[in-house]
Ligand binder design. Structure first.
Ligand SMILES: *[C@@H]1O[C@H](CO)[C@@H](O)[C@H](O)[C@H]1NC(C)=O
Ligand SMILES: *[C@@H]1O[C@H](CO)[C@@H](O)[C@H](O)[C@H]1NC(C)=O
Ligand SMILES: *[C@@H]1O[C@H](CO)[C@@H](O)[C@H](O)[C@H]1NC(C)=O
Length: 437
């Protein structure tokens, strides 16, 4: 009987301890994720400033405030005539779009400190990186039996897989991303574009015969599946033969053969990227993401962002079927009003145009911290630069980039992250990162 009572007391004690541990655990979570008054204030300021920014710069777009401090509804004027129809549903594009500013500010600010080039150290550091990931970046990778023969996978990726990142955050100062929109022919942006430190172009965009409008310089070219297959033709577009080619999809045996045999001397890499959900798909966004991961500032040219477009055109070819232009316009305007990019277009042609009501850096930082807490992102509420790392791997090899040649801003950033590299992880629900230190 006594023994039974003792057992009962012990089990009750265990139960209490368990409850206590649970409460402390939850309290800890609750503490680091609890919004302070300053957090709420920051989100509120970001949202109200954002509304003014869209009204001042959006060429008719307006941002209505949504149900909380994060939600905004971007509305086109009621007399806007949508021209784009969804092929599947046959429906015309809508005139209002809901965006989550907290999600956007947390994710895009993370991009600024990320590496967006696929490297050997990334695959090696990823748990089961070769079995679960590498084959996805190889054309017909599903025939590779999850890279059971690793030698074969290494071989297929070898020409596009640097050991460590060739570029680091803030390596370049002013960058321009050039889309392929036909509206580039309305303004002679050529000289202005060539004045940037870095110019990022897309797919088979020609330079020759259009330099007056699009400039000559090309530092990087982002390629989708179709253009990557014509790698031999793409390298001919740049006379300097120095541009780095960055493939958004997969490496293909035919591309490997071209790189080896033609031979193609340009650097060729595969792109890694954050997931922005359905809000931000499509060409252009990936180029902006890449730009933001290596540049201090990113300016955008050649995207259809002015009202009154009649059709989707490219500056160098016939009109063609595009996708969701109004959605795109609204999203780019959001990016501009979060201080991520500056938009240049025929209606916004003045190079000295000041984007009014762009949030100060300090406000963006405060709002980003608050958003991380609200979204319960990994590491939210902590100040450690490596707080977002859900996988940390120690690496012994040295980085490719020589630190001596880096800009001061890039060196300062490397000091801040203690020379770690932060890679975005696909499908990571709380946006944890893979970090190599
Ligand atoms: C693995 O791939 C390499 C390179 O293609 C090849 O030489 C080797 O025979 C393959 N090994 C097996 C076990 O299939
Ligand atoms: C530029 O124009 C010349 C003469 O019309 C033409 O032969 C050449 O193919 C054009 N180049 C490109 C890249 O379109
Ligand atoms: C990115 O790095 C800078 C230092 O270069 C730091 O101030 C900022 O807080 C970092 N951003 C994020 C989202 O960690």
């Amino acid at each position: 009987m006594r023994l039974l009572r003792l057992a009962f007391v012990v089990s009750v004690l265990f139960g209490l301890v368990a409850i206590l541990i649970y409460i402390i655990g939850v309290a800890d979570l609750y503490e680091t994720h609890r919004l302070t008054e300053e957090d709420v204030e920051a989100l509120h300021s970001l949202q109200t400033g954002f509304q003014k920014c869209v009204a001042a710069n959006g060429l008719g777009l307006q941002a209505a405030l949504g149900k909380d401090y994060c939600q905004v509804i971007m509305q086109f004027p009621a007399d806007t005539i949508p021209k784009w129809k969804d092929i599947k549903t046959g429906e015309l594009e809508g005139l209002s779009y809901e965006f989550d500013l907290c999600e956007a500010v947390a994710t895009w600010e993370q991009v600024r400190n990320s590496t967006t080039i696929l490297t050997r150290e990334f695959i090696d550091s990823l748990p089961n990186g070769w079995e679960d990931y590498a084959w996805r970046r190889i054309n017909k990778g599903d025939h590779l039996n999850r890279c059971k023969n690793k030698t074969l996978c290494v071989e297929k990726l070898s020409l596009v897989l640097p050991a460590t990142p060739p570029y680091v955050p803030r390596m370049f100062r002013r960058c321009a991303v050039i889309g392929n929109s036909g509206d580039l022919l309305q303004t002679r942006f050529g000289k202005e574009i060539d004045g940037y430190d870095v110019v990022i172009r897309e797919n088979g965009a020609p330079i020759q015969n259009y330099t007056e409008y699009v400039g000559k310089k090309c530092t990087f070219r982002l390629l989708n599946r179709g253009s990557a297959k014509a790698l031999d033709k793409v390298v001919m577009l740049d006379e300097s033969r120095k541009e780095a080619l960055i493939i958004k999809t997969t490496i293909h045996d035919a591309m490997n053969q071209m790189i080896r045999e033609i031979p193609i001397k340009n650097h060729v890499y595969l792109l890694l990227g954050a997931s922005f959900g359905s809000a931000a798909k499509g060409t252009g966004l990936k180029a902006l993401e890449f730009g933001l991961s290596i540049c201090d500032s990113v300016d955008m040219y050649g995207f259809t962002v002015d009202p009154g477009y009649k059709e989707w055109t490219r500056y160098f070819s016939e009109a063609r079927q595009g996708h969701t232009p109004l959605h795109g316009r609204a999203y780019y305007q959001m990016m501009e009003c979060l201080g991520l990019i500056k938009i240049h277009s025929p209606i916004r042609a003045d190079p000295n145009r000041v984007v009014q009501w762009v949030p100060e850096r300090s406000l963006v930082t405060a709002a980003r911290i608050a958003s991380e807490k609200l979204l319960r992102r990994i590491g939210a509420g902590y100040v450690d630069p490596l707080r977002m790392c859900s996988i940390v791997k120690k690496q012994v090899n040295l980085k490719l980039t020589s630190f001596l040649s880096l800009r001061k801003a890039a060196i300062n950033h490397q000091k801040y992250v203690k020379s770690a590299t932060l890679y975005p992880l696909e499908r990571s629900p709380r946006h944890g990162m893979l970090c190599t230190v």
